[in-house]
Design a protein around this ligand. Structure first.
Ligand code: PLP
Length: 413
């Protein structure tokens, strides 16, 4: 185990907030390295959900009574927290969604409806998650628009020269992932945005894997849209947020119709509500919004610098250990700028077999294509074994994974 890493974080204390981590599976201590799929929840988040249902629940925005106003105040306070999380200019630019996928679909449908026409081009990249591919394919089908794809290098970095060459006056939108879930690559989203702006294209950033690891600043990036999911930042499932620049959201039609999103309704004509409510039809996911805000507060209390220092140390330690202990290991994704995600292959062993054996030794990793099939095709592999670390993970857990991998190697080769 690495003894020299300077740590400002008291990991043992942090782990006390995550009871789920203190369990055994198959009589082995659980090692949870599937954080890129979903992170665990601190007690503070779980308590926010229970507290809401025990003490504060009523429908929001419509009630004159005490409880409804209390719930509404807390709901809108959570929007302020999310605004600060994004560093957005105004909380009117923050739309609550079901998560990253929902946010991208909202933009693909609504922005697509108003801004995309036949022959327009939308640029994505080879390393996108399916949720940042399929909604654009569907939009291109609807509008007879064209999807262009930025290639990547063998190291797993975007080919920025190729990107520049793809940009033209036909480009209407660039939609790229901030941090790749399969490779860990952190993309230069500010530079990508600046280039897109030189041809007057709009920019969406998929922040599903960046938000758990680093401070998000939409004004610094300069993007038009940014999306992420609550369940990947230690919050509840079924909740997330979309940031959109005010003037673009104003120009977009509603995504869904119903209550909350209207100002007045007659059988002849309906007028729509103001931002952000125009995009939040129906009773929202109030309880999970409460937990979502507490998750953001929790990340702030741990501190982004601390999170990054610890996770970078874990990433380096795990990468070194894999390379030192396994002659035939192949790390998939060796970008210079990487988050704490390691995808790898062990000799000719199928990722699924490695993952299934690790599971029996208490180690939870993800195997497969990680919802990035086109990326796996580009790399000519069926999938990878992926270990992804959060700030509550430890060097000892990496040692346990390495030992388990040694046993798996003996069994499989
Ligand atoms: N984009 C990336 C990069 C992801 O890693 C994920 C989930 O793994 C998503 C989008 C989709 O997120 P969700 O399933 O929370 O909507």
């Amino acid at each position: 185990m690495e003894a020299t890493t300077a740590m400002a974080l008291n990991i043992e204390e942090i782990r006390e907030d995550f009871p789920i981590l203190h369990q055994e599976v198959y009589n082995k201590p659980l090692v949870y390295f599937d954080n890129a799929a979903s992170t665990q929840k601190p007690l503070q988040v779980v308590e926010a959900l229970t507290n809401y249902y025990l003490n504060d629940h009523a429908n929001v925005h419509r009630g004159v009574h005490y409880l409804s106003q209390k719930a509404t105040d807390k709901f809108e306070a959570a929007r302020e927290t999310t605004k600060r999380f994004f560093n957005a200019e105004s909380s009117d630019e923050v739309i609550f969604t079901k998560g990253t996928t929902d946010g991208i679909n909202l933009v693909a449908y609504s922005f697509g409806e108003a801004f995309i026409k036949e022959g327009d081009e939308i640029i994505i990249s080879t390393m996108e998650h399916h949720s940042n591919i399929v909604p654009w394919q569907m939009l291109c089908d609807r509008k007879k628009a064209i999807l262009r794809v930025i290639p990547i290098s063998d190291k797993g970095e975007l080919d920025m020269e190729a990107y520049q060459n793809l940009l033209s006056s036909k480009t209407k939108l660039v939609s790229v992932v901030h941090t790749s879930n399969a490779l860990g690559t952190i993309n230069p989203v500010k530079e990508i945005t600046q280039s897109a702006k030189s041809v007057n294209a709009y920019v969406l950033i998929d922040g599903a894997q960046a938000a758990p690891h680093q401070k998000i600043d939409v004004q610094e990036i300069g993007c038009d849209f940014y999306v992420f999911s609550g369940h990947k930042i230690f919050g509840p499932t079924g909740i997330g947020a979309l940031y959109g620049k005010r003037e673009i959201l104003e120009a977009m039609p509603p995504y869904q119709g119903g209550g909350e999103m209207i100002k007045t309704v007659t059988f002849e004509k309906t007028t729509y509500n103001e931002l952000p409510f125009k995009f939040e039809a129906g009773t929202p996911n109030i309880a999970d919004v409460m937990g979502f805000a507490v998750a953001m507060d929790y990340m702030n209390s741990v501190g982004y610098e601390n999170i990054q220092a610890h996770e970078n140390a874990l990433l380096k330690y795990a990468t070194d250990q894999l390379k030192q202990n396994f002659e035939n290991v192949r790390i998939i994704g060796e970008a210079d700028n990487k988050a704490s995600v390691i995808s790898f292959l062990l000799g000719n062993a199928h990722p699924y077999d490695v993952g299934a054996l690790l599971d029996k030794m208490g180690i939870a990793v993800r195997t497969g294509h990680h919802c990035t099939e086109p990326l796996m095709n580009r790399l000519n592999i069926p999938g990878t074994v992926r270990a992804s670390f959060a700030f509550y993970n430890t060097f000892e857990e990496i040692d346990l994974m390495i030992n388990a991998l040694k046993r798996a190697e003996k069994m499989l080769m």
